[in-house]
Design a binder for this molecule. Sequence first.
Ligand SMILES: [Zn+2]
Length: 393
Amino acid sequence: MARMLNRGTGGHGLGGLLANWGATERETALSAKYGVRIGPPPDRPNGHFSHSMLDRIDRVLADLPPEHLRGNPELTAIQPAAPGGDSAASVYDGTERAITMVNPFGMPSWLYTELNRSSGLQRWLMDKGALSDYEGISRAGDQALGLCHQTRQVMGGTSSVLAHGNLVKWTIRHEVGHSVDQRVGWQAQLKQQARFGGWQTYGPDGDFPLKQVATAILGKAGLGSQLEVKDRWRMPLLESVTAALNPRVARDVPERLADLIADFADQTDEFREHLDQVIRFVQLALVQPWTLNDGGGDALAIDGRVYHVDHFGQWVSYLRQERTDHALSNYQFSTPAEWFAEAYAAFYDPKPGPCARLNPQVRAWFESELPASLRPEVAAGTQQDASRQHEEN
Ligand SMILES: [Zn+2]
């Protein structure tokens, strides 16, 4: 809905123009102050930030280390969305190396800049907007999987420690975090460390083959010694399950997964009951279980790791204990990039609560290892995959 309603970020009509008098000059001054372009691209003369937005941008950037802004080649601009643009949420674009601020639900800037994350109602609205964009979530699906009694949340959930204060300020901090991730190569080099959640990604664009997910699930379901059993097409169990849990296949051709039992019709009842557990595991993993407060709980946990398909359609896993002890929000444990951006927003939050929730070894990284890795001689050549966009309301 935000797509249709988005009307840019500036004021509207004559009143809006007058109220926004001087915004262009302020954008120029702030751009010089922080060494990042703040405002629309030069070839787009209209759609400047409002004064209330510029106030908040200034307040947040003033509290961040200057080397994350000026001299960060992965952050070249903080800009308002183009009028009539189609993005529903604010976003850091790793290819463009820019943060685009979008007023959610097309609300006027004065209202957006007043939204507070501690308001249950406002957070519920934000979550509703975010949830409507994720694949796999439906009331019928939740009913079939027995999830109806559970609330789905994005910005809060297992912890609401970050769910306080001004929404715009959190958004800016979080999005700058994405650019710092890209700057230091956190996803490429550090995300697998236990203190950072122990993230693993699977599939063609991941760290490990998809077959590793299938092996883990089959083991949990008690079929670890039957991987070579053939289906009716003479395909071994491991291959057959690996093909069926491929996120694209599972979403586009759900029968491939649901028909697994029929494909192994000549096996024992016990075998097929175990296979049914595999099917239910994958079905749950596909419906954004990270939005549930238990992240999917025992059902998706294998040897201390929780597996799911993230909102980019990739299988990922993380260390369950890290979520239990240190999660800042449900969103943080959706996908590695959001883990980092939320941790970043928490560490640099002016309130002490969010930072105190971080694993002490993560705090130590922000305190000393991150500044050390940004020294000019170290920071050279640490760019990483820029193909994904990270957006949130
Ligand atoms: Zn993000």
